[in-house]
Design a binder for this molecule. Structure first.
Ligand SMILES: Nc1ncnc2c1ncn2[C@@H]1O[C@H](COP(=O)(O)OP(=O)(O)O)[C@@H](O)[C@H]1O
Ligand SMILES: CC(C)(COP(=O)(O)O)[C@@H](O)C(=O)NCCC(=O)O
Length: 314
């Protein structure tokens, strides 16, 4: 990181961050932890208390501040507009833990005293279908900026921030490795929306001779980048692939059903190849360069333990 980038963040070690939290300690049950931690799972109550509760408190201050700002703006404008959803963007590499982080945030935010309704929207729903990717010659570029219907994603977020009471998002199935035709999730003005995806902090590249006038991040009230060393992320990607081989790939309808009978070594070879050809290139060229656009950077060590947190100075 350059000195200039450094100087825009306050950097806190795990222990420094943990001391900032002032609410009482929290104890999730084993089954709650299991639901949150994902396929591999070594999430602990210590991690929740030291890392995620201070983060929730920090997010909660921002949510309260936004409500207050909305109130005084309404007073100034002599209007009575309703509060719009507070949008949190969660970015980072494939397999770094964006979905897991989002589930943890959803669960803990929903537990705040005002019991807000919190929904997660993943940007993989805005990937082009496999047929369209094939037509565009992008089958080996899934997850790259050009593989997303960015216009559709911006329209979705515009609708949300316009106060539309019911907005629909398309659905991606990791099992089928494709968009599910004609299936949508309804987003009905929750209090908080977590928008999670590898592309959420990207700035649009020029499309033809027009540049989209808005970025996805323009709609965020706060953004988080989940970061780790690439060798750790690859390890998590391989571990997840092996677990999926035993579970999801075993289902006949899985796109990767042909991988179900592979030995662990064969699976590791195939997953490493997919990583090196697609996800690693995407990380280096298109995801990592967006890190310093985030308001908060969470840096994880080998066991998913957060080691350092950077918070943008305001
Ligand atoms: N905080 C965490 N604690 C424990 N395990 C985690 C954590 N974050 C991610 N994982 C594990 O790492 C793998 C990748 O996480 P996932 O959330 O699926 O990544 P992404 O959504 O970024 O692709 C999963 O197997 C998940 O169980
Ligand atoms: C669909 C994805 C781009 C989304 O990544 P995610 O948001 O789940 O981290 C990714 O899971 C993917 O399929 N990448 C292409 C290469 C691969 O099969 O891993």
């Amino acid at each position: 990181m350059t000195t200039e980038q450094h100087s825009t963040y306050i950097s806190l070690s795990r222990d420094e961050w943990a001391t900032l939290h002032s609410s009482p300690a929290f104890q999730l049950t084993k089954s709650e932890i299991k639901k949150l931690q994902g396929t591999i799972g070594n999430l602990t109550n210590e991690e929740i208390n030291k890392i995620y509760l201070p983060l929730i408190q920090y997010l909660s201050f921002n949510i309260q501040a936004m409500k207050q700002l909305h109130k005084v703006r309404n007073q100034f404008l002599k209007k009575d507009t309703k509060n719009l959803p507070f949008i949190i963007g969660v970015a980072g590499s494939v397999a770094v833990g964006k979905s897991t982080t989002s589930r943890i945030l959803q669960s803990l935010l929903s537990n705040l005293p005002e019991k807000p309704k919190v929904e997660i929207v993943t940007t993989d729903g805005f990937l082009f279908s496999n047929d369209v990717l094939k037509e565009k010659g992008l089958s080996d570029k899934k997850g790259f900026p050009e593989s997303y219907d960015l216009k559709g994603l911006i329209e979705f977020l515009t609708e949300i921030k316009s106060g539309n009471p019911r907005v629909q998002a398309p659905v991606y199935s990791h099992l089928h490795y494709d968009i599910i035709p004609n299936e949508y999730i309804d987003v009905c003005q929750p209090d908080i929306i977590i928008v999670e995806g590898i592309n959420v902090l990207q700035t649009p590249k020029q499309v033809g001779d027009s540049i989209p006038s808005r970025f996805v991040s323009d709609f965020f009230d706060i953004s988080i980048y989940v970061d780790a060393e690439e060798n750790h992320i690859l390890k998590w990607y391989l571990e997840r692939f092996k677990v999926l081989k035993e579970t999801a790939f075993a289902q006949p309808e899985s796109y990767f059903h042909r991988f179900a009978g592979l030995s662990d070594n064969e699976a590791e070879e195939i997953a490493t190849d997919i990583w090196n050809r697609i996800n690693k290139v995407n990380l280096e060229n298109n995801i990592l360069p967006t890190k310093f656009r985030a308001d908060i950077i969470i840096e994880k060590g080998i066991n998913h333990q957060v080691e350092n947190i950077k918070v943008r100075k305001i």
